[in-house]
Write a protein that binds this ligand. Structure first.
Ligand SMILES: Cc1cc2nc3c(=O)[nH]c(=O)nc-3n(C[C@H](O)[C@H](O)[C@H](O)COP(=O)(O)OP(=O)(O)OC[C@H]3O[C@@H](n4cnc5c(N)ncnc54)[C@H](O)[C@@H]3O)c2cc1C
Ligand code: FES
Length: 343
């Protein structure tokens, strides 16, 4: 964890404090150098992309802020993924004073609705999915007119991240914060009935969901079935169900992609199976990108000629997709000729 300069938009942040949350989760409070402070302003619910070198390999991973700007610090919380490279490395080796490289905050999992207060925040967190939800909840209670309902599911009591801070949040704002803890060890995995009961008394609300895939699917399905509008349901997925590039029909695909970037037009040869971002890089161009999982939107460009298929999209809304925007890190060309414009 060394190096001082900003490279490719990644800035070196110093680990100011390491907080052991549970046996499997650690929080890092990060110090942003003065020269990068503007770029690292964030909204509650956003994430950082870290670039770390583990065993000689440069890898990137996204981690949501568990702090809110109102707390005056930048904190991420990392839970071990069994067999995972970066999460275990951070849990095992991160130490106060170390440097870690991060790209500035990104993400659209932020508070929506009437920001002057009236809209209720109804949040569902499963396991480490509490990270951005904690950030949203802290930001929301800062507004005295806002109410928060939080459904927090964990397998067991000893795996609960932020047990004490959440209890404090309730103690301090009990009239506006309702916390429901669900433990699989007592009640089995979360089922639709529990979600329905929880949302029944909710008023004019936006709904935020983050946790393991099956948990998120159950919550999303239940909310939509209960009549909640899709535009009111906000999802943050930590893992993406990988669509195999081979499942996409690229039989008639072009051999070239034309890239309009920084007012220059470049023609790159296309190698079947590559994403648009990989194609841009193979042409020696430096295009914007951050998470490379389809979550942040940094790599978006517009397809102005031809077509492309996105393997995953957790960043663009329907209108943007209709206007031709794609996430280049997730897009495979599907037409003979493709021209993209970063605008
Ligand atoms: C927007 C966003 C925000 C996020 N926020 C957070 C957060 O706040 N906190 C948090 O803890 N995480 C968060 N994540 C998840 C995080 O980015 C990482 O994905 C997570 O830490 C796992 O990374 P890893 O390097 O430890 O695991 P990886 O090495 O990427 O492995 C992931 C899993 O795949 C398995 N695996 C790896 N290679 C293979 C293989 N060859 N064959 C079969 N299985 C394999 C591993 O065993 C492991 O279970 C977020 C993700 C996104 C996209
Ligand atoms: S780099 Fe984040 S969506 Fe493509």
């Amino acid at each position: 964890m060394t190096g001082d300069a900003d490279v490719d938009g990644f800035a070196p942040l110093r680990i100011k404090r390491v907080v052991r949350e549970t046996a499997d989760a650690v929080s890092l409070v990060l110090d942003v150098p003065e020269r990068s402070s503007r770029r690292f302003r964030y909204q509650a619910g956003q994430f950082l992309t870290l670039r770390v070198n583990v065993g000689g390999q440069d890898v990137r991973r996204c981690y949501s802020m568990s702090s809110a700007p109102v707390e005056g610090e930048l904190r991420i919380t990392v839970k071990r993924d069994p067999g995972g490279l970066v999460s275990n490395w951070i849990n095992d080796t991160a130490a106060e004073g170390d440097q870690i490289h991060a790209a500035p905050p990104e993400g659209r999992f932020v508070l929506r609705g009437d920001l002057s207060g009236a809209t209720e925040v109804v949040a569902f967190a499963g396991g480490s999915g509490i990270t951005p939800i904690m950030s949203l909840a802290r930001a929301a209670v800062d507004d005295p007119d806002r109410r928060v309902r939080l459904f927090y599911a964990n397998r067991a009591r000893d795996s609960v991240i932020f047990a004490d801070p959440l209890d404090r949040l309730v103690a301090e704002h009990g009239d506006r914060v309702l916390l429901h803890k669900h433990f699989d060890e007592d009640d089995g995995v979360v089922a639709s009935a529990a979600i329905e009961a929880f949302i029944a008394p909710a008023g004019d609300a936006h709904y935020y969901v983050c946790g393991p895939g099956p948990f998120m699917d159950t919550v999303e399905r239940t909310l939509l079935a209960a009549g909640v509008k899709e535009s009111r349901v906000h999802l943050e997925r930590f893992t993406v169900a990988a669509a195999a590039p081979s499942a996409i029909d690229q039989s008639g695909v072009a051999e070239e992609v034309v890239i309009e970037l920084d007012r220059q037009s470049t023609t790159a040869s296309y190698r079947k199976g590559d994403t648009l971002l990989q194609t841009v890089r193979s042409a020696g161009l430096r295009a914007p990108a951050s998470c490379e999982t389809g979550s942040c939107g940094t790599c978006m460009a517009r397809v102005v000629e031809g077509s492309a298929h996105m393997l995953n999209n957790d960043a663009l809304d329907d209108d943007e997709v209709e206007e031709g925007w794609v996430l280049t890190c997730q897009s495979l060309p599907t037409s003979r000729k493709v021209r993209i414009n970063y605008e």
